[in-house]
Design a binder for this molecule. Structure first.
Ligand SMILES: NC(=O)c1ccc[n+]([C@@H]2O[C@H](COP(=O)([O-])OP(=O)(O)OC[C@H]3O[C@@H](n4cnc5c(N)ncnc54)[C@H](O)[C@@H]3O)[C@@H](O)[C@H]2O)c1
Length: 340
């Protein structure tokens, strides 16, 4: 059993902890955070399913006052585990890295950290082998994770030379009042970092793109225009997406009209918090444009990076050296592909 600790119990950290708890070949030793946030209070109210460690021991009194049981300090947690999943606020992971390095532990960082924090910029499907045995891995951001899933899916079957993407990005997670509510669209400088990141992970593909912020909280939508080495037809793209366990093909005709239909469907399924690990591609969005293929995908930003982070644990701990066997293990434990 590989022993795992989660540092930062926020939007991503809570979901990483749940994800690890579902992997039968990993043990969640505990989670760490700095303060009794609402997520920590909810953890207590749920009966402390996960042990809690303090990242700032000086804050112990605040936890005591709320009768929140504490199992030790972050430093103690680090010593007990084989690998840390750092899901702290962007930039904090780079500081925490010193502690992980001090005890010679492996660590996996999320998309908000700079690429320089890690030995490998990692995606479970696109470059699994590069993560094998490495000490520090960094996951792609939510949009990039989903984008790469779909492009890698077509690339491996048919070969892709070039993609152009448009991202309609959710402006904040539910409850992120500090980000403000902007009833407006905001355009970022091109090329978007997701296109640049894709080229870092898949250097054989030329990518560019534009990102527009929009005031919604339930998912991003990316449109992709991809140029194959040979022409990819709508049927070929559909067939490829249907075989992929982290891509759900949905239809407008069935009532999946947009991001909100998918969020509601996930809630109807009883998924905790309405989470979805899979990206969705709309069947009716797949369209040929000359020799190019175009399609739209939905990115459930709060949960989409969890499966690839589980893959990262398998890679850095060398639990499995074969890419497809590794992602299949993660998929099995997270129930991915069960809709087929
Ligand atoms: N929210 C998303 O949709 C999303 C999607 C993909 C990737 N990410 C990335 O995941 C990472 C975490 O983002 P998030 O949205 O979960 O943030 P968040 O603010 O919801 O959670 C961060 C947590 O880290 C805790 N924290 C801060 N400093 C700490 C420290 N020194 N030690 C321990 N805990 C500390 C905070 O108290 C908070 O609970 C970032 O790199 C972000 O870019 C976020």
């Amino acid at each position: 059993m590989v022993k795992v600790g989660v540092v930062g119990y926020g939007v991503i950290g809570q979901r990483l902890a749940d994800g690890v708890a579902r992997q039968k070949d990993m043990e969640l030793v505990g989670v760490a955070d700095v303060a009794p946030t609402l997520a920590i209070r909810a953890l207590k109210e749920k009966g402390m399913p996960y042990n809690l460690y303090l990242a700032v021991p000086d804050n112990a009194k605040a936890f005591e006052e709320l009768n929140i049981p504490v199992s030790g300090t972050l430093e103690e947690l680090v010593q007990k585990v084989d690998v840390i999943l750092d899901a702290t606020s962007a930039g904090v992971g780079a500081k925490n890295k010193e502690l992980y390095a001090k005890y010679n532990k492996k660590a996996i960082f999320q998309g908000g950290e700079k690429n320089s924090v890690a030995d490998v910029f990692f995606h479970g499907y696109a470059n699994y082998e590069k993560g094998l045995g490495k000490q520090f891995l960094k996951l792609t951001s939510c949009n990039t994770t989903g984008l790469i899933r779909s492009v890698d899916c077509l690339d491996r079957l048919y070969g892709i030379e070039k993609v152009a993407i448009t991202i309609v990005r959710r402006v904040a997670d539910p409850g992120d009042y500090h980000r403000g509510l902007t009833n407006a669209l905001q355009v970022d400088k091109a090329p978007s970092h997701q296109a640049v990141d894709l080229m870092t992970i898949m250097p054989h593909i030329e990518a560019t793109g534009i990102l527009i912020h929009t005031p919604v909280t339930h998912g991003h939508i990316i449109t992709v225009v991809a140029k194959g080495k040979k022409k990819i037809t709508k049927e070929m793209a559909l067939e490829a997406f249907k075989t992929h366990d982290r891509i759900r093909v949905v239809r407008l005709a069935d009532g999946f009209l947009g991001n909100a239909s998918l969020f509601r469907y996930a809630r109807d399924l009883g998924n905790p918090r309405g989470d979805m690990y899979e990206i969705a591609v709309w069947e009716e969005s797949i369209v040929e444009s000359g020799d190019d293929i175009m399609y739209a995908i939905n990115i459930p930003q709060e949960a989409v990076t969890i499966p690839e982070t589980m893959d990262a644990v398998r890679a850095c701990m060398e639990m499995e050296t074969d890419r497809l066997k590794a992602v299949a293990e993660t998929n099995k434990y997270l129930g991915l592909g069960k809709w087929k």
